[in-house]
Design a protein around this ligand. Structure first.
Ligand code: CAA
Length: 272
């Protein structure tokens, strides 16, 4: 999701520093961004030429401190592991200007706990800024308050999202899954248990959700698209935080088999 978020900021006219742990991921990220900006430009949704947008994105290999120098906002989109997120926040806090907002794109982890990894003076400027995949196309951003988040930070984050062309909803407590993933978890769970009990197939459930319930993707297509590993991370994180779920073997088996969906060529469906 990181490259999609970087793309949105670059399209909106911001200078962006994209940081990742290895050169190869950054190279792939730039290719994905260029493909996406071209697509949007062909449809008239980006007014500038592609190279002008691309020129606003610089890449930084494995050096958070360098990437956050002089910035006004940091958006973190690393793996859904609270310890990794805390390390990234502590490092960003050390090097970003004191007035910078530190936002996390976490899908399910507590904003309050992430904020506790930074200095007390920064905590009012730590907030959840949750995008949806693919960020360039999905219109919604959830803005999540942690215990320390100030009204000013929520307001400024909503202003950033608006400049990226997004609609926002504010979630007043950093409850597990916020709004969308909390509800989606129930949909996925119901869909998976229907398959596990032999009541309907993956294809039948997806068809029902798409052709009758009007969703753009069925539950299983969407899990393949989001990444079944991510779905498992979110489910585990929500479970640990006391959200009552009945983890379904149809999902957990895919995770154990590392069949994560589109990214591995197979999940509930196969991808050439
Ligand atoms: N950038 C630019 N263009 C893109 C793109 C991207 N990243 N991804 C796809 N497109 C383009 C396609 O190339 C295609 O272009 P053409 O019309 O020129 O062929 C166009 O968008 C439409 O795409 P598709 O034909 O592939 O299919 P579609 O009409 O179904 O649209 C979709 C794709 C917008 C993703 C749509 O299926 C959709 O809205 N799906 C639901 C996605 C969703 O719910 N996401 C949230 C997941 S949950 C999450 O992210 C939260 C979390 O915490 C994990």
């Amino acid at each position: 999701m990181g490259h999609g978020i970087a793309e949105l900021f670059a399209i909106a006219g911001y200078e962006v520093a994209l940081v990742d742990v290895a050169e190869e991921y950054l190279k792939r990220a730039l290719q994905n961004i260029e493909w996406s900006v071209k697509k949007l430009a062909e449809k008239g949704q980006v007014k500038e030429d592609v190279q002008t947008v691309m020129s606003r994105i610089k890449t930084v290999v494995n050096d958070i401190c360098k990437a956050v120098e002089g910035v006004e906002v940091v958006v973190e989109a690393v793996v859904e592991d609270i310890e990794v997120k805390k390390r990234v926040f502590a490092e960003a806090d050390r090097c970003a200007p004191p007035e910078a907002i530190l936002a996390t794109n976490t899908s399910s982890l507590p904003i309050t706990e992430i904020a506790e990894a930074v200095k007390p003076e920064r905590r009012p400027r730590v907030v959840g800024m949750h995008f949806f995949n693919p960020p360039p196309l999905m219109p919604l951003v959830e803005i999540i308050r942690g215990r320390y988040t100030s009204d000013e930070t929520v307001k400024k984050t909503a202003e950033y999202a608006a400049r990226l062309g997004k609609q926002t909803v504010v979630v007043n407590r950093d409850v597990p899954g916020f709004i969308v993933n909390r509800i989606l978890a129930r949909v996925n769970e119901a869909a998976c248990w229907m398959v596990a009990r032999g009541e309907a197939t993956v294809q039948e459930i997806d068809s029902a959700l798409m052709y009758k319930a009007g969703l753009p993707m069925g539950a299983f297509i969407l899990m393949d698209y989001t990444g079944i590993d991510v779905v498992c991370f979110i489910g585990d994180a929500m479970l640990k935080r006391g959200f009552k779920t009945h983890p379904c073997p149809v999902i957990t088996e895919k995770c154990q088999q590392k069949k994560y969906g589109v990214k591995t060529g197979e999940g509930f469906y196969k991808y050439p």
